[in-house]
Design a protein around this ligand. Structure first.
Ligand code: MG
Length: 161
């Protein structure tokens, strides 16, 4: 293993009725979903930022501005695929991705195997490379009231140099 680089990513979206709840590239049955220009997938967005950060390649807003109609309603897995290509160009390898998703309801853990599979496919890694954790906000603040969803992600990359 060569030089190690770490990146951090964070994202939060408000939840509203009539929006699909997309988390980690899959749609979960629920009556509310994230408000956003794209599909509002906080886990994919925070993961993208963590990967771009580790590679010193800016952030998700640099690559996919929300002012660009091209990304309206976009499947956020496309952001991860783009990040993966950028890492490939810099000969950076994804060693590990660790994430925490915070939302009050519904339970996310039963969906983690499918999320890891979908995210791993977009990043060209094994599902074991991606670790997911779920927390509630103990009823406190906007997340606790079910008004928002957030994610924190740390990505570890290695390079030959
Ligand atoms: Mg976002």
């Amino acid at each position: 293993m060569g030089k190690i680089r770490c990146g951090i990513g964070y994202d939060l979206h408000r939840l509203a009725e009539g929006r699909a709840l997309v988390v980690g590239g899959i749609t979960l049955p629920f009556d509310k979903g994230p408000v956003g220009h794209s599909d509002g997938d906080v886990l994919a967005h925070a993961m993208c930022d963590a990967l771009l950060g580790a590679a010193a390649l800016g952030d998700i807003g640099t690559h996919f501005p929300d002012t660009d109609p091209k990304w309206k309603g976009a499947n956020s897995l496309r952001f991860l695929e783009h990040a993966r290509n950028l890492l490939d160009e810099k000969r950076l390898k994804i060693e590990h991705v660790d994430a925490v998703v915070i939302m009050e309801k519904p339970k996310l853990v039963p969906h983690f195997p499918k999320m890891r599979e979908v995210l791993a496919k977009s990043l060209g890694v094994l599902p074991e490379t991606i670790h997911l954790k779920a927390k509630t906000n103990e009823g406190v603040d906007a997340i606790g009231r079910g008004e928002a969803i957030a994610a924190h992600v740390v990505a570890t990359l290695s390079s030959e140099q």
